[in-house]
Design a binder for this molecule. Structure first.
Ligand code: T1G
Length: 655
């Protein structure tokens, strides 16, 4: 066995006539220029050396190939281009077997599709996630995948960008060999035996025929889910094209579409989100700070929020101790948690063994002394300052001296809660979003006294939960609710100024929000915010602009969808404009002598974006948020802001 090197990132060894080519381009073996050149050089070498009968292509470390190098997007292209490398692989005179040892995504899967055989280890993950970056596959994915698995299945995979397991990929026919034993050894055997047979070139296969209805159904479903985004719709068109045109023409049209989308605003927004997610939760000053070990998580309060947090922690492998005040409440909490896990079994997300394993790590008790075993205690009790401060005082004598205390408050001041304990440096805020086992966003609140290793531990905990942590400082409502309040306030000002709620909602929905603001109000119910406004009456600045319309709606018993009436009426459950609401609005305008103006959809969106971005700038200036991109992530993942618009800071051009 002799070692060869073809570029900085491509090396190879020759075993038994098979050249095993390894891509080593950490962290994910992306297809950078050096990788592409090295692959070409390896093929040059293999072509000339008659001792080489076949090739195996694999990745170093945990990844096969994570895709095109996203950092090269927007830069001038460097030859050889990926389609050239891939065409050379497919047309190569000797068999090339992909040994897929980890993720094969985007261009990584496209490389594998052009290989003559695909073997994968059990931890391989496969997908064409390009639509999540606002683009379509650009190196043959839309043309080769349907040739292997059919049009309907390819439409579903490419338009959703879904990433699948080796097992599913094998069942679909993307993977030929599912290998348990050492992958490379098996791939070498595969490659050698392929050398005696005609090569199976994916691009030369014809797309399997399928009933037109199956294809139409997949296409309709994909377009429905795309909600107006371009990339998934283009993906559907290109996959269909594979069945009706030659490979060369299909590839040319794919490439043209890819280039066009790559330069679009939508793609720039989604790339921004991609890098924003990777930057989130990173705090430079914590780089050398070791997090504390967390294995057992105590959760005080097992209501809606607490039970969701418990499930998230159980899913991540933690031992969980839920605490309630009475045995009855503890039994109910356990039932709630079990109920969520049962639903996960019914929907196939976990199996019964998975559920039983989770339940074996769960205790729910009425005795707070149990918390003496916890490394981290999260309170998820009623959002009342006295309740929370008393609880934290009491916990001080129960929990271990090195245990971390987290509060899940949404609106209270965690500095005040922390000050109620003898050791505020161990207190941190963990603001989960409901349902906590589903929502990815987690605001990690760095309080005035939080110790660096406590913050580092909270971030490590969030990461293990699979959450998207965004660090924020203490302010009322943290990042999300502060921006949301500004957005809501501006929308109500606009109603007073002349826009009707349904006009604002239509503009927001056309922009990409799943639901307009006033429809969301009606769904959530209007009475809690009304109660809060009434409590704040005494402290409100009388000079500040105040819109009474929501109060008038509540006074008229219009508490939202559950009441059958709110900002809209709901005859037969259908959202409808209600003249009674319009009359309330007109009265309120007349009382202030406001002559209503009309607003275009564009004006509505621009004004709301500006309000959000101005509040975002204030959060940055106050040091509450560390980066504009963190604000974008909070609004995208917690408040329905459309990801393909990049978040309010990106959309308003405030990066
Ligand atoms: N290019 C450049 N850098 C990348 C990268 C990529 N494709 N993927 C990840 N990184 C960086 C990332 O920024 C981070 O860097 C580090 O790797 C670890 O990432 C022609 C058009 C592979 C599943 O969309 O889904 O192929 O911040 O924290 O959780 O059709 O990264 O540390 O400096 O996410 O282990 C298609 C995107 C491209 C895959 C690994 N490919 N990546 O997850 O680590 S388009 C993708 C991922 C394409 C062709 C086209 C994940 C991952 P830093 P990480 P992870």
């Amino acid at each position: 066995m002799s070692a060869l090197r073809f570029s900085d990132t491509i090396s190879a060894t020759l075993t038994d006539g098979v050249l095993v080519v390894t891509i080593d381009n950490p962290p994910v073996n992306a297809l950078s220029a050096d990788v592409r050149a090295g692959l070409m050089a390896a093929m040059d070498h293999a072509e000339k050396d008659s001792a080489i009968v076949a090739l195996v292509l694999t990745g170093a470390g945990n990844a096969f190939i994570g895709g095109a190098d996203i950092k090269e997007f927007g830069k001038p292209p460097i030859e050889p281009l990926l389609p050239q490398v891939i065409a050379r692989i497919e047309n190569f005179s000797k068999p090339i077997v992909a040994a897929i040892n980890g993720v094969a995504l985007g261009g990584g899967l496209e490389v594998a599709l052009a290989c003559h055989k695909r073997d994968a280890g059990p931890s391989a993950k496969i997908g064409l996630p390009e639509v999540k970056l606002g683009i379509v596959p650009g190196a043959g994915g839309t043309q080769r995948l349907p040739r292997l698995i059919g049009t309907a299945a390819a439409i579903e995979l490419i338009s959703s960008g879904r990433i699948i397991s080796a097992n599913e990929a094998h069942k679909l026919g993307i993977i030929d060999g599912l290998i348990e034993s050492p992958l490379i050894d098996a791939a070498i055997v595969s490659a050698k035996s392929a050398a005696d047979l005609p090569l199976r070139r994916t691009g030369t296969l014809s797309v399997p025929s399928e009933p037109a209805e199956a294809i139409d159904k997949a296409a309709t479903e994909a377009l429905r889910k795309a909600r107006g985004q371009r990339a998934p719709a283009e993906a559907v068109r290109l996959v269909r094209l594979a069945g009706t045109t030659s490979l060369a023409e299909g590839l040319a049209e794919e490439r043209r579409t890819f280039m066009e989308l790559r330069d679009s605003r939508e793609a720039a927004a989604l790339r921004h989100v991609f890098f924003a997610e990777r930057a989130a939760g990173r705090v430079e000053s914590l780089e050398k700070v070791a997090p504390r070990k967390i294995e057992t998580v105590g959760i005080v309060g097992t209501g809606l929020m607490g039970s969701g947090i418990a499930v998230a922690a159980l899913n991540a492998g933690y031992r969980v101790i839920g605490i309630e005040q009475t045995q009855d409440a503890a039994d109910n909490g356990r039932e709630r948690i079990t109920g969520i896990l049962d639903k996960a079994v019914q929907s196939g997300r976990i199996d019964t063994a998975g559920r039983d394993d989770r339940l074996s790590r769960l205790t729910v008790a009425a005795d707070a002394q149990e918390l003496g075993q916890a490394d981290l205690v999260i309170e998820a009790v009623f959002d009342d300052l006295t309740v929370k401060t008393e609880l934290f005082q009491r916990l001080g004598s129960i929990i271990r001296t090195d245990a971390i205390l987290a509060t899940n408050t949404s609106y209270l001041d965690p500095n005040v809660i922390g000050a109620a304990t003898a050791h505020p440096e161990r207190v941190v805020g963990l603001h989960f979003f409901s349902p906590a086992n589903v929502m990815r966003l987690l605001e990690v609140v760095n309080c005035e006294k939080t110790a660096p290793d406590v913050l580092a531990s909270a971030l490590a905990f969030a990461k293990r939960l699979g959450k998207l942590p965004v660090v924020c400082g203490v302010t009322e409502g943290f990042i999300g609710n502060r921006i949301f309040s500004a957005y809501r306030r501006e929308a109500e000002f606009m109603v007073e100024d002349g826009a009707l709620p349904h006009e604002i909602d239509a503009a927001l929905e056309a922009f990409g929000f799943p639901m307009g603001l006033f429809a969301v109000y009606d769904m959530a119910g209007l009475e809690i915010a009304w109660a809060r406004r009434k409590r704040q009456t005494a402290t409100r600045d009388p000079a500040a602009r105040y819109v009474v319309i929501a109060d008038r709606l509540c006074e008229a018993g219009r508490f939202g969808q559950k009441a059958g009436r709110g900002w809209y009426a709901y005859p037969d459950g259908k959202r409808t404009v209600d003249p009674e609401v319009t009359a309330i609005i007109e009265t309120a305008r007349a009382e202030k002598d406001i002559a209503p103006k009309s607003f275009t959809a564009d004006e509505i969106v621009t004004r709301l974006l500006k309000a959000m971005a101005d509040e975002g700038d204030a959060l940055l200036a106050e040091g509450i948020a560390a980066r504009a991109s963190d604000i974008d992530l909070v609004m995208i993942n917690g408040y329905g802001f459309p990801p393909h618009k990049g978040g309010p800071m990106f959309a308003a051009g405030r990066r």
